[in-house]
Ligand binder design. Structure first.
Ligand SMILES: C[S@@+](CC[C@H](N)C(=O)[O-])C[C@H]1O[C@@H](n2cnc3c(N)ncnc32)[C@H](O)[C@@H]1O
Length: 280
């Protein structure tokens, strides 16, 4: 029999110097449910449980990987996004909670519309955005584009496992001359300046693809400029929803205003930072 209280105390002690306590407790619950296959009531009771050697060995290996600062989502092979299980690996950005808020904004604006409309997600990574949107907006015809073949393969698996149909396109956004006509354009493009690396954790820098994160310091809004230009070339301008850098939110808003978009709205995320923008 394994004493859960002792297992938990030992886990906290082992990871104490790497993470804060609240995070360690969350990791424990996640691993206990996923690897040890324990139910919430067993965790709450904190009593002795019967665990086989195989599960305990997996738990130990996961703890060691956490010590090496590997993201828990890579250890488990998935994350949760908008209540869906999304597979992740080192070829894609791990979906962030603030991106769920961008998805919610689109859903709030479109769920009441009954007619079919088209939507594209630029820089789709794991496919988290179009998959969550496809589940909530069955009237949308959805495409998703990325430059990374590996990311698109994972997005294909994720859309299949979540029972949605998305057209996946391999293209470099910055090389596109035109975009097929769409009603809605969503994007969480790379927007972190290389000079922000110092303040970032190793956990992110060593494990997430730099192509998904970084833009050159002298042109950090390059993707937003391209998104604005591609949209202006369409017969009817799409409604644009983008995630933005909290440090460049005003500059990003001004960019869309300067391109002639009359409706430009910035929104804060749950942490109170300007992180989302809608333009049309
Ligand atoms: C910030 S990540 C967003 C991933 C996902 N949409 C999410 O929200 O979790 C940016 C994505 O853009 C892709 N990307 C980077 N440069 C690109 C380019 N020039 N053309 C197309 N996709 C690009 C990366 O491969 C990555 O998947």
């Amino acid at each position: 029999m394994t004493d859960l209280k002792a297992l938990r105390a030992d886990f906290i002690k082992t990871l104490n110097s790497y993470y804060d306590k609240e995070e360690i407790i969350n990791f424990f619950s996640w691993l206990a449910e996923d690897i040890l296959e324990l139910k919430t009531h067993q965790l709450l009771l904190n009593k002795e449980v019967n665990l086989d050697e195989n599960k305990l060995a997996k738990f130990k290996s996961a703890t060691e990987r956490l010590q090496r600062q590997e993201p828990i989502q890579h250890i488990l092979g998935y994350t949760e996004f908008f209540g869906l299980k999304i597979k992740v690996d080192s070829s894609v950005l791990i979906p962030r909670p603030e991106t769920e808020e961008l998805v919610q904004w689109v859903i709030d604006d479109y769920s009441a519309k009954n007619h079919q409309f088209s939507l594209i997600d630029l820089g789709t990574g794991s496919g988290c955005i179009p998959i969550a949107l496809a589940r909530q907006l069955p009237q949308a015809k959805i495409k998703a584009l990325d430059v990374s073949k590996e990311a698109l393969s994972l997005a294909a698996i994720n859309s299949k496992e979540n029972n949605v149909e998305i057209e996946l396109i391999e293209e470099d956004i910055l090389e596109l001359e035109y975009l097929q006509e769409v009603d809605v354009l969503v994007s969480n493009p790379p927007y972190v300046k290389y000079d922000e690396q110092e303040g970032m954790s190793n956990n992110v820098l060593k494990n997430e693809p730099h192509v998904a994160l970084f833009v050159y310091d002298d042109d950090p809004l390059v993707f937003y400029r391209k998104i604005a230009e591609l949209s202006l070339k369409q017969k009817k301008r799409p409604v644009i929803y983008v995630e933005v850098s909290q440090y460049l939110a005003n500059e990003t808003r001004d960019l869309f205003i300067n391109y002639g978009f009359d409706q430009v709205e910035l929104r804060k995320d749950f942490r109170g930072n300007d992180r989302m923008l809608k333009a049309y």
